[in-house]
Design a protein around this ligand. Structure first.
Ligand code: TXA
Ligand code: MG
Length: 333
């Protein structure tokens, strides 16, 4: 059984003691729920990979209560300081060389010479990280390859019985994973994953940031960027101007007449922030209800290609990508 802990002082204290003892606790951040373990205990980190069924070659992000604690584990450069100053606590992950004496287990870092670090903004997550007072490795708290959880019920749908507890801090406000930026070569900062901090926001601090030309370009630098991911059970059809009567519709913008018997509108007012926050719940809901109704696909209306729209489109592209079981796609993180 997985315990559901309330985000009270005693719930946070219980979650912290489970983590310090080497257990697994899922906890809410502003992006998605993470599946946490003490990053310095190899056996605890190994349990994350088992619970998620995650390939071992996919390294994990280490989470900290403060930038100062994160910077003890890596070798920061001037750009890292500027980005941390601008966006931490918040939905930004930085990749930097590991510091000599870094306490993160090789398994969490996949034996790489670099480490992914992040300071989340969610107040409950920060209180938990402060109490544990150790780096917490946390991938998204879903089974590998599936839709990321943005509330505690989603976590239990994915991992009930496989983890010790979920600390319920309510729905995630951003709703998309953090933006991942590789700063290991300070001359060539590179955006590995679009996320809660937009490219426009990054460019204000770092005008020369480069983008991988294709998603598969990013994969060797960021092993988790394999193509098929965020996958609902139903196939996904992108850029649909109109839905068929056997399709569920993921809509965006002012509602229009449709043939679809099931609709989830990401944001009737066309807000990309609202759309990001409603994306994963929308995919989950259309998938569950659509299957129960005998529908064959999820059709997705076009999303604007700026701001958070890039991260939303990235997740939708992966949801629509060929699946490993099709024999055409990659294994997914
Ligand atoms: O918002 C988030 O980032 C959430 C919350 C829980 O913090 N976490 C998350 O973790 O999305 P995960 O494991 O699902 O994604 C981490 C990404 C993967 O694409 C992984 O390959 C990449 O970060 N990554 C981790 N360490 C890396 C490294 N040293 N070099 C390059 N990429 C790395
Ligand atoms: Mg993930």
């Amino acid at each position: 059984m997985t315990r559901r802990l309330d985000a009270t002082e005693s719930g946070i204290a219980t979650a912290a003691s489970i983590l310090r003892a080497g257990g697994l606790v899922a906890f809410g951040t502003e992006t998605v729920y993470g599946l946490g373990a003490d990053a310095s205990q190899p056996q605890a980190v190994a349990r994350i990979f088992e619970a998620k069924n995650r390939p071992r070659f996919n390294p994990l992000i280490s989470h900290f209560a403060h930038a100062q604690a994160a910077f003890q584990q890596i070798v920061p450069n001037a750009l890292a300081h500027r980005l941390a100053q601008a966006f931490w606590p918040g939905p930004l992950t930085l990749i930097l060389p590991r510091a000599p004496g870094c306490c993160i287990s090789d398994l969490a870092a996949d034996g790489l010479s670099t480490l992914a670090v992040r300071v989340p903004a969610n107040a409950v997550a920060r209180a938990l990280l402060e109490q544990v007072d150790r780096p917490i490795a946390a991938p998204s708290a879903n089974r590998s390859g599936r839709i990321s959880p943005v509330d505690a019920t989603h976590v239990l749908e994915e991992l009930d019985g496989r983890i010790d507890a979920v600390l319920d801090s309510g729905p995630c406000t951003v709703g998309l994973e953090s933006t991942v930026v590789d700063l290991s070569d300070p001359q060539r900062p590179c955006l590995l994953r679009p996320g809660g901090i937009t490219l426009e926001e990054l460019q204000a601090i770092c005008p020369h940031i480069s983008l991988p030309q294709t998603t598969s370009d990013a994969a060797p630098h960021s092993p988790g960027r394999l193509i098929s991911h965020y996958a609902p059970h139903l196939p996904v059809r992108l850029d649909a101007l109109q839905a068929q009567p056997d399709e569920a519709l993921l809509a965006f913008g002012a509602p229009r007449p449709t043939n679809a018997p099931l609709v989830w509108n990401l944001s009737p007012t066309g807000s990309l922030e609202e759309a990001a926050a409603r994306l994963f719940t929308g995919l989950r809901t259309l998938d569950h209800k659509g299957q129960a109704m005998g529908l064959t696909r999820i059709a997705v209306q076009p999303i604007p290609h700026h701001g958070l729209g890039r991260a939303i489109q990235d997740r939708l592209n992966r949801a629509a990508a060929p699946r490993p079981q099709d024999g055409t796609g990659d294994t997914a993180p």
